[in-house]
Ligand binder design. Structure first.
Ligand code: ADP
Length: 494
């Protein structure tokens, strides 16, 4: 049964996209909007059959795509970017309806970045991917970047199209063909991307989408011997399952996982900037893996910091994410909302206090409709070592703790199993260097937050990830990097 639905005025297919065609499944699942918990679409529930079909289609398309000259691959990816730019408004409203993130952010930042992801990797392929040569006693070693094959890309719901294209664009640029499995809580923009790739002229099978629950399609996608690479963004437990499944074929995996990043404020910092950036940790209703959710503030400025933080956070407007004046929208789902509230209520029951927030925002939702709006929350006094300080909550829940010395700050900052990001505010460049060198993090922001350059590596340390993507690191991952060593004295000249 094929399923196509108007979502926010945009026609979206709920089917898979395999070998350049819409493919239905025998059963479907409901896609619920977090804005009001209504069902907005029915999505094909894929399983091992659809996973195998998509991998076969991608495998069939691979030789031709891999042999397509880089300049032509780049031209097609720029065409994808053109179409994304033409449809920013449609993509933005569908994404907002599907995952509840702010329309304002989608229009101004996220969807333009989706287009940029394609342009960046297209240009990198043509202009920046070097083929170094090393001369060794009359032999030339030449490095080439051979496309590896079929890349399986599994993505989460918090920034669906942005995170998907952060993988799709370099994989396609590298000459791989792709099977994308978007998250079941936000499946729609992947389907719109399929339409775009077809219109842009990508040959059938180069880009495929399989919809469904991770547990239904996961093993089939990640344990298939015809898959050359797996790139996954999501939770640590799922990464473990994928790693075990991939191990049978030794398929290389790139993992970008959770975080519990520290946000460290020294007394010598520019306090206006530190406070403004700290409040930004509520962006996307706190559903950001990179967020600096553990505020660690030097004791001497704690009271001033909290007073200014509360004043600023209290001015945030929570409500319908389609309203351009809204600052904080809903959580993604009832299940996730309850999980967040569980962390908060257990912390409060064991002695923590809510400086602000601490529960649902009952003023926001329309009467009789669902309410997934969780108040921006700041907890103080959480017991050292307690779960709210160590586990990823993935909601608008920050904690605040104090320190006196650099050693204490570093010990607190590094005191979790994660190492995705760190945020450090200080007015002293020597301190920034000294403390920064001791922090475990894939990305460290000093006196700033969320500034991204796609040329730079991105990934996590410890349990926050395996490997790095971005710039040449993405090509390293998606390609088989080959060294050809040639003896220059053995040519036979006629
Ligand atoms: P989150 O907690 O962010 O929802 P998950 O790790 O559960 O993170 O999900 C991220 C992505 O991984 C989703 O697309 C989901 O469908 C997929 N997924 C879940 N379980 C598996 C699995 N066993 N194998 C492969 N992918 C999975």
């Amino acid at each position: 049964m094929h399923t196509t639905k108007e979502v926010a005025g945009v026609s979206v297919s709920g089917d898979h996209w395999i070998g350049g065609q819409r493919v239905a499944s025998s059963s479907a699942f409901e896609d619920v909007s977090p804005i009001d918990e209504t069902v907005i679409a029915h999505i094909a529930r894929g399983g091992p059959v659809e996973a195998a079909m998509a991998i076969a289609a991608a495998e069939q398309a691979f030789p031709q795509w891999a042999a397509t000259p880089p300049a032509e691959r780049a031209r097609l990816l720029h065409r994808v970017a053109d179409l994304v730019e033409e449809r920013i408004e449609q993509l933005a409203i569908v994404e907002t309806t599907d995952n509840g993130a702010l329309l304002r952010s989608h229009l101004r930042g996220v969807m333009p970045r989706v287009a940029h992801n394609f342009r960046f990797f297209a240009d990198y392929l043509v202009n920046d991917l070097h083929h170094p040569e090393f001369d060794t006693r009359g032999h030339t070693n030449r490095v080439s970047w051979d496309p590896s094959g079929v890349a399986v890309l599994i993505t989460p719901w918090n920034a669906p199209l942005m995170l998907a294209t952060w993988k799709v664009a370099p994989a396609l640029a590298a000459g791989c063909t792709v099977v994308l499995k978007p998250a079941e809580w936000s499946p729609l923009t992947a389907s719109l991307l399929a339409d775009i790739t077809a219109e842009a002229g990508l040959p059938p099978g180069v880009f495929n989408v399989v919809q469904g629950y991770g547990e239904d399609v996961g093993d089939a996608l990640t344990g298939d011997p015809h898959v050359s690479r797996i790139s996954f963004t999501g939770s640590v437990p799922t990464a473990r399952l994928i790693a075990m499944s991939a191990a049978a074929n030794l398929t290389p995996c790139s993992f970008e996982l959770g975080g519990k990043s520290p946000f460290i404020v020294f007394a010598d910092a520019d306090m206006d900037s530190a406070v403004a950036n700290a409040v930004e940790q509520y962006d996307n209703a706190g559903q950001v893996c990179l967020a600096g959710v553990r505020l660690l503030v030097q004791s001497s400025v704690h009271d001033e910091f909290v007073a200014r933080f509360v004043a600023r956070a209290s001015a945030l407007r929570q409500g319908d994410p389609r309203d351009l004046a809204t600052d904080v929208g809903p959580q993604i789902s009832r299940e996730h909302f309850d999980r967040i509230d569980g962390f908060v209520q257990r912390a409060l029951a064991s002695g923590a206090e809510a400086v602000i927030g601490g529960g649902p925002n009952v003023d926001v939702a329309a009467p009789g409709r669902g309410n997934l709006y969780y108040q921006p929350t700041l907890l103080t006094g959480a017991r050292p070592g307690s779960e709210v300080l160590t586990d990823e909550v993935f909601g608008p829940v920050l904690t605040i703790s104090t320190f006196d010395t650099e050693d204490e700050a570093v010990a607190l900052a590094n005191g979790t199993e994660f190492g995705l990001a760190g945020v450090l505010f200080t007015g002293d460049p020597d301190r920034a260097t000294r403390v920064g060198a001791r922090l475990v993090a894939g990305t460290l922001w000093v006196n700033c937050f969320f500034v991204r350059d796609l040329r730079a590596p991105f990934g996590g340390s410890r349990h926050s990830g395996v490997g790095r993507e971005g710039g040449s690191w993405s090509f390293d991952f998606y390609c088989d990097v080959k060294n050809t060593c040639t003896n220059n004295d053995r040519w036979i000249t006629p």
